[in-house]
Write a protein that binds this ligand. Structure first.
Ligand code: SF4
Length: 416
């Protein structure tokens, strides 16, 4: 996760020569992502969903799926997560509000001191549900918005779902709940990002999470002309404008991106162009962040209790919390993927191996390389910066080849 507005705010302080505050040490730790002892856990508690979205990675449906964790099992896992030092739980699905015990689980997590987020499609947030959400005191409620009305309804494959989701956002906002939008740009909806930014303004929504779509393009060839790469750059340019305008003004909205850690490197290019005198400062800050943290600071548990290095490693299973404690599964580096992910410098091949910006982006999202080449350590095909921009001499990795087959597919998630 790349907290763009935090970095823009820090840069704005430098540019405006704002004195560091007394708690500067804490702020520096926050900029680097803090130092929790366990990972942030994104927990897909239920596969069932009232929608059938086109881009759903969980292939959900409005039926019950057998084998999901019971309330008692969830409670016992939560206790283990707390003891392990997990700081954050993001409760997701499917549609988490379809779990009858969602508020019971959420109250328990809050009472144990977790930061608890709820990731929902928003359509089930009625007056009554909003009151119950407020009662829990979620630290954040994220609602997926894929575009303005027609586009959103088309993606969600349900007419009226945009209105319902926006109603849910308004109800939460009016109750003082921190609520934001989650937008996944694709070639069909990315052009609506400026409208989403306008919507944030008119609806007084203070957070936008932009999740880059998992990439399945043409790899390293034609990087500069690849439409997905071009879209990613354009999306980031728009977000830089919005975040910088806020950072230099009065509003303090949050802009966060996910699923493409090259965003940090791209920000450095923006800083180099606009504020070269602060480039060294921003390099230090972003190296402390370190980029991709799948398998280290981000974890995923699915509806059946399978543990994954993050939500996109959906068909690579590290173990099941019904059989082994999460803490045990997470620290077991006999798994070759986890051993590699947890290395200080990951055992990369191809252009990521020789990239001068590796310390910033951490080699980006490994699952894409694995999906496209069978080699989890191959260069991330969704990196949208060219060799020239990165200062990479193509001959320095010309002899590298992907080494597929190192990881077997352990299980297909959502299998029932
Ligand atoms: S080449 Fe690899 S390490 Fe370098 S910025 Fe791109 S994804 Fe990150």
């Amino acid at each position: 996760m790349f907290r763009l507005s935090r970095y823009m705010n820090a840069l704005a302080n430098k540019v405006q020569n704002v004195e560091p505050r007394k708690n500067a040490k804490r702020e520096a730790a926050a900029l680097a992502g803090g130092t929790p002892t366990g990972p942030v856990v994104i927990w897909n508690l239920i596969r069932r969903c009232n929608l059938t979205c086109k881009h759903c990675y969980s292939v959900s449906a409005d039926i019950d799926f057998p084998g999901e964790l019971s309330t008692t099992e969830v409670s016992s896992v939560i206790t283990d997560l707390r003891q392990f030092g997990v700081p954050v739980l993001i409760l997701s699905g499917g549609e988490p509000l379809m779990r009858k015990d969602i508020f019971e689980i959420s109250h328990l997590a809050k009472s144990m001191g977790f930061y608890v987020g709820l990731s929902t499609n928003g359509t089930l947030i009625t007056d009554e549900t909003a009151d119950r959400i407020a009662e829990v005191g979620y630290d954040y409620v994220g609602v997926s918005i894929d575009g303005i009305e027609e586009t959103h309804d088309d993606f969600r494959q349900k007419k009226g779902s945009f209105k319902e989701a926006m109603n849910g956002i308004r109800l939460c906002r009016d109750l003082g709940i921190k609520v934001g939008m989650r937008f996944t740009p694709t070639q069909y909806n990315s052009h609506e990002l400026p409208l989403i930014l306008e919507l944030m303004e008119t609806e007084s929504v203070d957070k936008l999470y932009v999740s880059h779509l998992n990439y399945s393009g043409r790899g390293n060839r034609n990087r500069e002309r690849d439409v997905v790469h071009q879209t990613s750059r354009w999306v980031m340019d728009e977000l830089f404008k919005a975040a910088w305008s806020d950072a230099m003004g009065e509003r303090r909205r949050e802009y966060v991106t996910g699923n493409n850690d090259a965003d940090g490197v791209y920000l450095l290019h923006w800083v180099a162009e606009h504020y070269p005198e602060h480039l060294a400062y921003m390099q230090g800050v972003l190296r402390a962040w370190g980029g991709n943290s799948s398998g280290v600071n981000i974890a995923n548990i699915d509806n059946l209790g399978n543990v994954h290095p993050d939500t996109f490693w959906w068909n690579y299973n590290l173990g099941n919390v019904k059989e082994r404690a999460f803490s045990d599964i997470w620290t077991d580096t006999s798994d070759s993927l986890m051993a590699g992910l947890k290395m200080q410098t990951r055992p990369l091949r191809g252009r990521c191996r020789v990239c001068p910006e590796l310390a910033v982006c951490g080699g980006n999202t490994r699952v894409r390389a694995w999906q496209m080449t069978g080699d989890p350590w191959w260069a991330d095909p969704a990196c949208y910066l060219s060799d020239e921009e990165l200062g990479i001499d193509a001959s320095s990795y010309a002899e590298d080849v992907p080494v597929p087959g190192e990881l077997e597919t352990r299980v297909v998630r959502w299998a029932s």
